[in-house]
Design a binder for this molecule. Structure first.
Ligand SMILES: [Zn+2]
Ligand SMILES: [Zn+2]
Length: 313
């Protein structure tokens, strides 16, 4: 039972209570943001597929068809003419990797349950279940899959969110870049750095595949504070953690960040083949050198909301 939640039954997510957002909640919040990208009139759902070790997002989708074709599907509003979110995410993830973990805003329909079984999904975490979703859940249970209702997580008393990060409420309609930005925010809340919580999501050039995610913190799964020199913060930056996962094989990557990168992370992004960086707000030190370096290297910098903010030099 990790983070004090009985729903955290995944074997890699067991441990003592922590007063930070559970990783599963971050994935479900991403699924909720994806649902708001759906062009469908009804059943606006989102789905996120994650590797069994919870390190890689294998596929993400929303009801209404392919992410890159949003707005093109002419009959997306007619009943059942759209791909279901699970179908879309499963298509992206493929079936090579088994024991995938599925996060859905709504329990899957019977047919999507079949798809999940055939694609090698082992765990399904869902927020709500309609009548048709209950049929899907029943089928998954009969196939021996773990099916877990996961209500929204709320912090116990430390306040809703650290300053500067987006509150929980989502707009009715969102773009895919906005959904990735929200995902970065939901990851930032997991950071163990008390001074600044940063989240990072690295995706493919066509915005279809998540290549790596990260937040600033120590060595995965351990308390490494004893190993840190007194004059150092000792945290691996969110960008570095995400790029470690994404690798440099795939070029023209797009990076979504809660804060502007430091100059070292800008160098990491350039060397790893990032072509565009989306930022939410200036970093705590008001350090704009990272952005300057990215621009000098010919990389695009996009601010999440409207006009560029003035940065302190
Ligand atoms: Zn379905
Ligand atoms: Zn950095």
């Amino acid at each position: 039972m990790k983070d004090g939640r009985p729903e955290n039954t995944h074997p890699l997510n067991c441990g003592a209570y922590q007063d930070r957002i559970p990783l599963f909640e971050s994935f479900l919040r991403f699924a909720e943001a994806l649902a708001r990208c759906s062009p469908a009139a009804a059943h606006r759902t989102g789905c996120v597929l994650v590797s069994f070790n919870l390190e890689r997002v294998l596929g993400a989708g929303f009801s209404g068809g392919a992410a890159s074709a949003r707005g093109i599907a002419g009959n997306a509003r007619s009943r059942d003419s759209h791909l279901h979110a699970e179908e879309h995410a499963l298509l992206i993830a493929g079936a090579v990797e088994k024991d995938k973990v599925m996060f859905v805003t709504e329990a899957p329909c019977r047919l999507c349950a079949v798809r999940a079984i055939n694609s090698g999904v082992s765990h399904v975490y869902y927020r709500t279940a309609s009548a048709r979703g209950r049929k899907g859940l029943e089928l998954l249970r009969r196939a021996g899959k773990a099916v877990i209702h996961y209500p929204r997580w709320r912090p116990r008393g430390a306040g809703p969110h650290p300053p500067g990060l987006v509150a929980g409420r989502l707009p009715a309609s969102m773009t895919l870049p906005e959904a990735y930005q929200r995902f970065a925010e939901a990851l930032a809340l997991r950071s163990t750095d008390g001074s600044q919580k940063v989240g990072c999501v690295v995706v493919s050039a066509d915005l279809e595949r998540v290549l790596g995610v990260g937040y600033n913190g120590g060595a995965a799964g351990m308390n490494d504070r004893d190993f840190i020199p007194v004059d150092r913060s000792g945290y691996v930056h969110a960008e570095e953690n995400a790029l470690l996962k994404a690798g440099a094989i795939e070029k023209d990557k797009v990076m979504f960040l809660t804060h502007t990168p430091c100059v070292m992370c800008a160098k990491r992004a350039i060397n790893s083949g990032v072509m565009r960086v989306h930022c939410r707000q200036p970093n705590q030190r008001g350090d704009a050198m990272g952005l300057e370096l990215l621009r000098q290297a010919g990389k695009q910098v996009v601010w999440w909301q409207g006009e560029p903010r003035r940065l302190r030099r």
